[in-house]
Design a protein around this ligand. Structure first.
Ligand code: GAR
Length: 220
């Protein structure tokens, strides 16, 4: 069974979905550590309330990104973490971190990468006038919001959308997408092949996954 480490900076709603999926047994893995770079991250209380071990590695206590990341890597290793999930962890990772967990760091991003990396990406999508956006779970490489894609969900943009309403709709898909992607990684069904991943799935299972990720007309 894999040990998962979850990194957060704030609310932790994606973290909560991953914890639910692990504690229900849907994902055969356990959360060994929730770590935040911000002592006041709301998600820390949520994790503590569920009896999960937590740690804070405040980035303000380090003088460089590398120094901070080395501390994070040490905490993850100490907790014997196999797979790292970035869940609203709003820090750029240095090569120190990426190399320490090569092809074992997942990130969720609220856009259809490679479109709209960076910040305020829901507003970027609205400004660009695209009709669909969505969310992506990918393995992290040394570029920002970049690396082999594991799964994506497509979310429509409706005429009356604001940044808030679109963010809410995308988030509701993030909550489905991330557990599905972590499940595949923990089952060893995701292989990195250069810039892409190959998913080792039957067509039936892949279809079931896609069905979970297709917009059903709800407008959360
Ligand atoms: C989520 O929308 C996640 O996709 C985004 O931060 C939010 C965290 O919410 N991450 C990024 O933009 C990373 N580039 P949460 O704390 O409630 O999970």
């Amino acid at each position: 069974m894999k040990n998962v480490g979850i990194l957060i900076s704030g609310r932790g709603s994606n973290m909560a979905c991953l914890l639910d999926a692990m504690s229900s047994g849907r994902i055969r893995a356990r959360c060994a550590l929730v770590l935040s770079n911000r002592p006041d991250a709301q998600g820390l209380d949520l994790a503590r309330g569920r009896g999960i071990r937590t740690a804070v590695v405040d980035h303000k206590a380090s003088s460089s990104r590398e120094e901070h990341d080395a501390k994070v890597v040490e905490a993850l290793r100490e907790a014997e973490v196999d797979v790292v999930c970035l869940a609203g962890y709003m820090r750029l990772l240095s090569p120190v971190f990426v190399r320490a967990f090569k092809d074992r760091i997942l990130n969720i991003h609220p856009a259809l990468l490679p479109a709209f990396p960076g910040l305020h990406v829901q507003q970027q999508a609205l400004d660009a006038g695209v009709r669909f956006s969505g969310c992506t779970v990918h393995l992290v490489d040394e570029e920002v919001d970049h690396g082999p894609i594991v799964l994506q969900a497509v979310v429509p943009i409706l005429p009356a959308d604001s940044e808030e309403s679109l963010s809410r709709r995308i988030l509701s898909y993030e909550h489905r997408l991330y557990p599905l992607a972590l499940e595949l990684v923990c089952e060893g069904r995701v292989t990195v092949e250069g810039p892409r991943t190959r998913l080792d799935l039957t067509p039936e299972r892949y279809r079931t996954i896609l069905e979970c990720l297709i917009w059903n007309g709800d407008t959360p």
